[in-house]
Design a protein around this ligand. Structure first.
Ligand code: TXA
Ligand code: MG
Length: 339
């Protein structure tokens, strides 16, 4: 299939919207990562997204809308918790898992009776949704298991020849995927951490007398696979192998000066063996920068044919640090060295 690479112009956004409305697949920028979009109400179109990404079909998609009012068309009841969260964080990098309306195809929700909904802040994304006239189902626009794409060239690398078009926009500002919060129960629960943290969410629902919990599966830091019966995260996507760079990867955790010394030592040892070693070490408290750069660094190392990646752990007591560590641990297959 020939993939159209489209510069972002008004005409091209209209062309991309027409392709989506016609059941085709278009990748587009959002503030978090690039998405691979299809008409969320067209099960056949959504089915093609799974095929293009090589994605397991039980993994539900996030449905993207352009206006807050559209939420009421996707879920039977908009609760006060949902109101408070959408007033505070939409448009922006927050996905709410809500009960779904019957008309939403099973392909979109992986057969669940809930649906993840997000209103992105990115203007190109919102124009595309508005012009296509339908909500857009969009997972991250990478081959399943690869790092999420934060630049248009990442999407080209993974999906050229597999989808109909790519809107070649800007680099993504946030760099990690949206926070996913389940609001189907009385207590909102974070299923995937992101730049909007537990503290941020609690502040927004505090006036309703609510706390926010974390899915306990987020604290299980060991390799796992689909057959691991003890491990049942509520977001199906959290159980798959993710973000894997081509190189072997090790995280070094501990006091910063010791971490730096250990990285220098391991780097020298491995270079002496002829290995090409890449280092990821973010500045102290530079959590947002880390989120912004992490996936792009993994992809850069792939291009540079790095054999081994040594990464300094981030402080997981910070909410954004925790979110980046969630991705870093998965990329490294949970290999961590404490110094
Ligand atoms: O920032 C983002 O969320 C990006 C951009 C494109 O918007 N999208 C994204 O989609 O990261 P994806 O498909 O790569 O990740 C969606 C995550 C998966 O872990 C999935 O299992 C979970 O959200 N999810 C979606 N719908 C769900 C539902 N109904 N119940 C539980 N988890 C759900
Ligand atoms: Mg993804």
């Amino acid at each position: 299939m020939e993939t159209k690479l489209l510069d972002v112009t008004t005409e091209n956004i209209e062309l991309a919207a027409a392709l989506i409305a016609d059941g085709k697949l278009v990748a587009f920028p959002t503030e978090t990562v690039y998405g691979l979009g299809a008409d969320a109400m067209n099960g056949r179109a959504v089915g093609k997204v799974y095929a293009a990404k090589g994605r397991p079909s039980d993994n539900p998609m996030i449905v993207h809308i352009a206006e807050k009012e559209e939420l009421a068309r996707l879920t039977p009841v908009v609760t006060p918790i949902m109101e408070a969260l959408m007033e505070t964080f939409w448009p922006g990098p927050l996905t709410m898992v809500v009960r779904k309306m019957p008309g939403i195809p099973d392909a979109t929700t992986g057969g669940l009776d809930t649906v993840g909904v997000r209103m992105p802040s990115d203007e190109i994304a919102r124009k595309l949704i508005r012009k296509s006239g339908c909500p857009i189902a969009a997972p991250s626009a990478n081959i399943s298991g690869r790092p999420s794409p934060t630049k248009p060239e990442h999407v080209v690398e993974d999906l050229q020849g597999r989808i109909d078009a790519i809107l070649m926009g800007h680099d993504c500002q946030v760099g990690i995927e949206s926070t996913v919060v389940d609001v189907t129960d009385d207590i909102p629960t974070i299923l995937r951490p992101g730049i909007i943290t537990q503290k941020d969410l609690e502040k927004a629902v505090e006036k309703l007398g609510k706390k926010v919990e974390m899915d306990p599966a987020l604290f299980v830091n060991r390799p796992r696979d689909v057959s691991d019966k003890d491990f049942k995260p509520k977001a199906p996507g959290m159980k798959y192998k993710h973000y894997a760079p081509k190189a072997e990867m090790l995280i070094i955790s501990g006091e910063i000066s010791k971490v730096k010394a250990e990285i220098e030592k391991l780097k020298a040892e491995n270079e002496a063996k002829g290995k090409n070693v890449g280092v990821i070490l973010f500045g102290d408290h530079q959590f947002k920068e880390a989120a912004h750069d992490f996936f792009a660094k993994l992809r850069d190392f792939d291009v540079q044919a790095v054999d081994m990646i040594l990464a300094g752990a981030l402080d997981s007591n910070d909410g954004v640090g925790f979110a980046v560590m969630n991705r870093m641990l998965k990329s490294a297959g949970y290999s961590i060295l404490n110094v």
